[in-house]
Structures are given as structure tokens and as C-alpha cells.
Design a protein. Sequence first.
Length: 118
Amino acid sequence: VQLQASGGGLVQPGGSLTLSCAVSGRVSDFFVMAWFRSAPGKEREFVGSIRWGTGATLYRDSVKGRFTISRDKAKRTVTLQMNGLKPEDTAVYSCAARRSDTTQYNIWGQGTEVTVSS
């Protein structure tokens, strides 16, 4: 499985941005896809995840109600819709994947930079 993230950019506070992760290779319903972010001077943090099979999602508390993760099996994409963006959302966002019977994300795509600033 290979992942390719895109869609980053500069957006004003309160604005919206959509990130996309293209999925190639053999992915099954037993995969979990996730978004992580890395901000300068901070450790990488989990943003949210979605189960490829069921579509069930999880989010970190700070993005609940603002961010939405979805997946399109036919287009083989995972989307992170970000609304109500705040300066503290500024980071490099990466998509990742793991099998549901493991705990570590071992498949990573390259990051895409999101800057929230006026």
C-alpha cells in the first residue's frame, strides 16, 4: 500500500481546507487510515482515523466538530475536511495506514503543509 497526500496551503483563521490522500496498492476492509500532523517544536500527533471497511471514525478532542474524515472506496481516497481552522492547526499533515489487527501505523505518505494565518 502506498499513500500520497495533497491539498495543503495557506488559509485564514476560520477558513476551510480539504486534504486528500490517494491510496494505491492492495488495501482491504481490515485497514485503518489516519491523519497525523507535525507542528514545529511539537511531537507528531494523531488527528483522526477511519476504518476502510465500516467507515467508523475517531478524532482527537481539539478537532471534533471541525474536522471530518471520509473515504471513497471507488476513488481510493481518504479525505480530511477541515473547517473553522485555527492558527494552532498549522502543521504538516500526513496520512498513514495500518492493519486493524496491529496498533502501529507502519505505512506513511509524504506530508502536506497547512498554514493558518492572517
